[in-house]
Design a protein around this ligand. Structure first.
Ligand code: ASP
Length: 453
């Protein structure tokens, strides 16, 4: 049997109209056998995501504050969505009232307690949706991570699936033959039997794990946008929608801040080359954006232009640096010891820079870095630049196309933008320019015009 996994994000399960639309989508194609649901996200008359309410409940409960408003708001969301669709108030109560029991659980391990409560958002969505499908005559099974033994590590709020957990999912193929299977996204079960969530946005990862387990021929990821755009629409007017891009291109774009898909979710499907299709729940006419292992050469060489701010650069200068053994290693270990991760490390004959996200720094950390660099490496000069932006030209086409760097630098220079650094990795998937943050929007526009207009 051919199977598709369809995952619906928070804004796709936020109202009764959304849920009706999901049922229509399931009915459109009988290959949609595995459905993964998020917790209800923002809706026109509900400006807080259920997950955020659940986090607030945890924090309030742990600090002895009143959480009754948030608790009532969470329960109300499910009644508002599922009661008008015909799920009885008694059934809804039997599901959502489990939250009271969870809140009364042992609080000694705050992280464990948090995950237990926060995972309820997805669990209630999937449970009630399976109930509704059965009411509508579509045979469906609610598959909780407990029942399918989706085993994950006990790293609360950042679970990773274990080998056993992945293996346990293989039985799902047979279940999908018999019924539509509805999964709650976002969490698994530890070996000790505790609920443990993935990091935020982790329902994408659940969908990918299921797609891998049931050998889906496609993993559909439904949200409230048509697909990935080739640039930020806040910067560029009506940027093109990307029709297809490779897993590698998508990784480059998400590294540069394109917030499209949970990064960890690519790995399980990439292994089996299962295509991911990002698409709009409310616009199924649009084919969305397909993420694949290889794409056709006649599609765009350059797939997107991205910009990200808040970087800083530690620039060191030292005469005959190239002859000093271990200089780079000693420099990077200063950052490592302070538990800071760096993004790029471009170097010249007598100079080297370390570029990092400046949001990780505290005033005392900067002072610490400078002190250690000066005492351990004795540079002739050390300068720190804050407020840098990185702007990237991304595309598989960079590998074989002549002149992308030339075209990019002249587009930037025509726009009067000073380039502070250029970095092209050996994968040749992107060229990254470091510029002043004040120039970021201008740079993205100039590069977009150069490659897309
Ligand atoms: N509901 C969770 C979150 O808001 C997980 C998800 O939607 O993927 O992060």
């Amino acid at each position: 049997m051919s199977r598709i996994v369809s995952k619906f994000g928070g804004t796709s399960v936020a109202t009764k109209e959304n849920i009706e639309q999901i049922i229509r989508i399931i009915e459109m194609n009988s290959d949609r056998r595995a459905i993964v649901l998020s917790a209800p996200g923002k809706a026109p008359d509900a400006q807080t995501k259920v997950t955020d309410y659940l986090i607030a409940i945890t924090e309030r409960s742990l600090s002895g504050r009143d959480y009754s408003k948030e608790l009532a708001a969470v329960k109300k969301r499910y009644y508002d969505i599922y009661e008008p669709l015909g799920v009885s108030a008694t059934i809804i109560a039997s599901v959502v009232d489990q939250l009271d029991t969870r809140i009364d659980e042992d609080r000694h391990n705050a992280s464990r307690y948090r995950d237990l409560i926060v995972a309820a958002g997805e669990e209630f969505s999937a449970h009630l949706f399976a109930e509704l499908l059965n009411n509508r005559g579509i045979k469906a099974t609610f598959a909780s991570p407990q029942s399918i033994n989706l085993e994950v590590t006990a790293t609360f709020s950042d679970a990773q699936v274990t080998e056993l957990g992945q293996k346990n999912l293989t039985g799902l193929k047979a279940l999908c033959e018999e019924t539509v299977v509805v999964f709650p996204g976002f969490y698994g079960i530890t070996a000790a039997g505790d609920i443990c969530t993935f990091s935020r946005g982790g329902s994408d990862l659940t969908g990918a794990l299921i797609a891998d387990a049931i050998d889906a021929y496609e993993y559909e990821n439904f949200t409230d946008v048509n697909g990935i755009l080739s640039a930020n629409p806040k910067t560029v007017t009506a940027p093109e929608q990307i029709k297809a891009l490779t897993y590698r291109e998508m990784r480059e774009l998400s590294y540069m801040g394109f917030n499209v898909f949970h990064e960890e979710a690519v790995k399980p499907v990439m292994k089996k080359r299962i295509p991911i299709r990002l698409r709009n729940t409310n616009n199924t006419e649009n084919g969305g954006t397909l993420i694949v292992s290889e794409r056709l050469p006649d599609e765009r060489d350059i797939i997107g232009i991205a910009g990200a701010s808040n970087y800083c650069s530690f620039n060191l200068q030292k005469f005959l640096m190239n002859r000093e053994k271990g200089f780079g290693r000693r420099l990077l270990s200063i950052f490592e010891d302070l538990e800071l991760s760096y993004e790029h490390c471009p170097s010249g004959v007598d100079n080297i820079s370390v570029i990092l996200d400046q949001r990780q720094l505290h005033p005392e950390t900067v002072n610490n870095i400078v002190r250690q660099i000066e005492s351990e490496l004795k540079p002739d000069d050390l300068k720190i630049e804050f407020g840098l932006s990185l702007v990237a030209v991304v595309g598989e086409g960079l590998l074989h196309k002549v002149g992308v760097l030339a075209a990019s630098t002249s587009a930037l220079s025509n726009a009067g933008i000073n380039i502070k650094l250029v970095n092209q990795g050996s994968s040749e998937l992107s060229i990254i320019f470091g510029i002043d943050s004040a120039d970021e929007d201008k740079a993205v526009k100039a590069l977009y015009d150069c490659f897309f207009n």
